[in-house]
Design a protein around this ligand. Structure first.
Ligand code: NAP
Length: 296
């Protein structure tokens, strides 16, 4: 493997993903806004740590971004020492963050102006599936660019689906996450209902996990719902709110009805206002417990 890769954004997902690129033998340079994460990753994986996005992408044939949100992605590209200041002509930029299709289009345009190619390739799956390279990747852009991206994407995920032109990956990711966050809301409500009706939390969850609703999401998040605050955060609640805000913006543009998503976002916003934004998204159940005291 000689394709040189720059990986920007070593959060929960990015750290797990970039490790596969190092293990696959790609010469790898990493950058993270808080440098300690990049330095620790570089030391652990034999990668190079760069002080700025521009320095990270200089000389890279493929540039991968895995950042929190639209603002993080736009800033990382356009800051004075950002990606655009160092991107090589002919480089392929792949964004894997969950962001809006319009942001993806903006980044695409910037990259094209610098004679590069761009693919949006957000992912469906958990931190655990990122660690196991089991992600589903929703790629979008010209077929030739998506094919070129597969060398890297195949290392990061179990399947790469080409959804359509630039922005289609971002749109699909927002669509699937309306389901994920509906499940989160549904499990939270059902758990609190069972508890308030006198059924022990673990007993109720045993039923969820062994019933018709036992989706992978319900299974792999069991510990987070049963023992809130005791297990590591795998998806920050404020990122769930970000996803649903973007989904509603997209729905407004394309004319799609999302009544459930509107309700779910209101609950997430209330949970963020109550100080739970950095908690795991399963803290919606915590919020419901504390926001509505039991009647008996
Ligand atoms: P995370 O752990 O919160 O990491 C976020 C990353 O973005 C960090 O590297 C952070 O840098 C960086 N960042 C935040 N604001 C920034 C800014 N203004 N400029 C530059 N960098 C900035 O998030 P994550 O869970 O890895 O998620 C990353 C993306 O994947 C998000 O779009 C999320 O919605 C999506 N996603 C997450 C999951 C999941 O299960 N966690 C699954 C699928 C998709 P610092 O270290 O300096 O804060």
């Amino acid at each position: 493997m000689t394709t040189t890769v720059a990986f920007l954004g070593l959060g929960r997902m990015g750290t797990a993903m970039a490790g596969h690129l190092a293990a696959a033998g790609h010469p790898l340079t990493v950058w993270n806004r808080s440098p300690a994460a990049a330095e620790a990753f570089a030391a652990a994986h034999g990668a190079r740590s760069a002080p700025t996005p521009a320095a990270a992408v200089a000389g890279a044939q493929v540039v991968v971004t895995m950042l929190a949100d639209d603002r993080a992605l736009l800033e990382t590209y356009r800051r004075e020492d950002g990606v655009l200041a160092g991107l090589e002509p002919g480089a392929l930029a792949i964004d894997m963050s969950t962001v809006s299709p319009s942001t993806v289009q903006q980044v695409h345009d910037w990259v094209r102006e610098r004679e590069g190619s761009f693919v949006d390739a957000p992912v469906s799956g958990s931190v655990a599936s990122a660690q196991a390279a089991g992600l589903t990747i929703m790629a979008a852009g010209p077929a030739a660019d998506v094919d070129r991206a597969r060398e890297v994407l195949d290392v990061l995920g179990a399947r790469v689906l080409h959804l359509g032109p630039t922005g289609a990956g971002a749109a699909m990711k927002l669509s699937v996450n309306t389901i994920v966050h509906s499940l989160n809301q549904a499990v939270s409500e059902a758990l609190v209902l069972a508890e308030r009706a006198g059924i022990a939390r673990e007993r109720a969850y045993e039923v969820f996990a062994n019933s018709a609703v036992a989706a992978p999401f319900v299974q792999y998040r069991r510990a987070a719902y049963e023992r809130p605050g005791e297990v590591p955060v795998t998806f920050a609640l404020e990122l769930a709110a970000k996803d649903l805000r973007l989904a509603l913006e997209l729905a407004g543009r394309v004319g799609a009805p999302l009544p459930q998503t509107t309700t779910n976002l209101a609950v997430l916003d209330a949970a963020v206002a109550a100080g739970l934004g950095q908690d795991d998204e399963s803290a919606v159940a915590v919020h419901l417990r504390t926001a509505t005291p039991p009647t008996r």
